[in-house]
Design a protein around this ligand. Structure first.
Ligand SMILES: Cc1cc2nc3c(=O)[nH]c(=O)nc-3n(C[C@H](O)[C@H](O)[C@H](O)COP(=O)(O)OP(=O)(O)OC[C@H]3O[C@@H](n4cnc5c(N)ncnc54)[C@H](O)[C@@H]3O)c2cc1C
Ligand code: FES
Length: 274
């Protein structure tokens, strides 16, 4: 008889490595008892034993499910505890939940990836997916911003990403900082003179609500249509399987219909950006 996985029952995973990305963000490299196949954009519920669980989207390549990476900003109870954990300790994982990005829809098109702060974590999984089959996309253009240079996540990979055939990358920080010679200004300033086919390009964005709001307004302003824009809607989630109602936005359950939503589907929801 086929093994039925209980969606509420976490499987044990060992922390293999902890990578310090920024003063407040760490990547946890995890090996679960069985590899957990996932698609870019799907999320996991991660349990800290005796404490609780919280939702996170893997930041690693879906092509390497045996070594899942989750990149986590320290912000409260569960994430504080996680940041104290070391290699060799155990956590729980259940999932994956949600639909993931509609990657096949992007075939033959330009893809604009816009991230802010730790929002680059879920997007990194998408980037690895796009890079894996880069010939299938017309271009992958990455725009990323953080408040200060030391808050830029995955800096060690920027040069490689920017030099990939078929890809380019622009990075900015919010305000000038000593030693920073790159661009300065909010991530929306990187959307001013896009060298992309605005009629057919798809955009995927992930970051804090306020960033998502202003990125969306800017994209509409420069000529994108709502149907071209996908937003990662990171509402509080609990069950992950459409039962508890914590994640309802309009007529959608983000845990099942998202968490990445086409803006055309949610643009009329009051208070969409908090
Ligand atoms: C689908 C999904 C994917 C996510 N992926 C990632 C990821 O890859 N990396 C990452 O660092 N975080 C991610 N988050 C956010 C993460 O789930 C929260 O930061 C985490 O739940 C906070 O738990 P806590 O117990 O540490 O904080 P709490 O003690 O519960 O709260 C501390 C503070 O964080 C705020 N907070 C709580 N939950 C959220 C939330 N969902 N979004 C924003 N603020 C919140 C609270 O309002 C409070 O101000 C994701 C959230 C969702 C829904
Ligand atoms: S998280 Fe419970 S219904 Fe979506």
């Amino acid at each position: 008889m086929a093994k039925v996985q209980n969606p509420y029952f976490p499987q044990e995973a060992e922390i293999l490595e902890v990578i310090e990305e920024t003063p407040t963000i760490k990547t946890f490299v995890l090996r679960s008892q069985e590899p957990i196949p996932f698609k870019a954009g799907q999320f996991m519920e991660l349990t800290v034993p005796q404490l609780g669980e919280a939702p996170f989207t893997p930041s690693s390549s879906p092509h390497k499910p045996e070594r899942m990476e989750i990149t986590i900003l320290r912000t409260g109870t569960v994430t504080d505890a996680l940041h104290q954990m070391k290699a060799g300790q155990l956590v729980g994982l259940r999932g994956p939940f949600g639909k993931g990005y509609p990657v096949q829809k992007f075939y033959g098109k330009e893809v604009l990836v816009v991230g802010g702060g730790v929002g680059l974590a879920p997007l990194r999984s998408l980037l690895y997916t796009l890079f894996h089959n880069i010939d299938k996309f017309k271009r992958v253009s990455i725009k990323y911003g953080a408040r200060q240079p030391e808050e830029l996540c995955f800096q060690r990979e920027f040069e490689k990403w920017g030099k990939l055939e078929g890809a380019d990358m622009d990075v900015t920080i919010d305000v000038p900082a000593p030693g920073w010679t790159g661009k300065v200004g909010l991530v929306t300033t990187l959307l001013d003179d896009l060298d992309l086919d605005l009629k057919s390009c798809y955009v995927v964005s992930c970051g804090p609500d306020v960033m998502l709001k202003f990125v969306t307004l800017k994209l509409l302003d420069v000529g994108f249509r709502p149907e071209q824009i996908y937003l990662s809607m990171n509402r509080n989630m609990s069950c992950g399987v459409g039962k508890c109602g914590h994640c309802v936005v309009g007529r959608y359950f983000l845990c099942k219909d998202g968490p990445d939503m086409n803006y055309a589907d949610v643009m009329d929801v009051p208070g969409l950006f908090g």
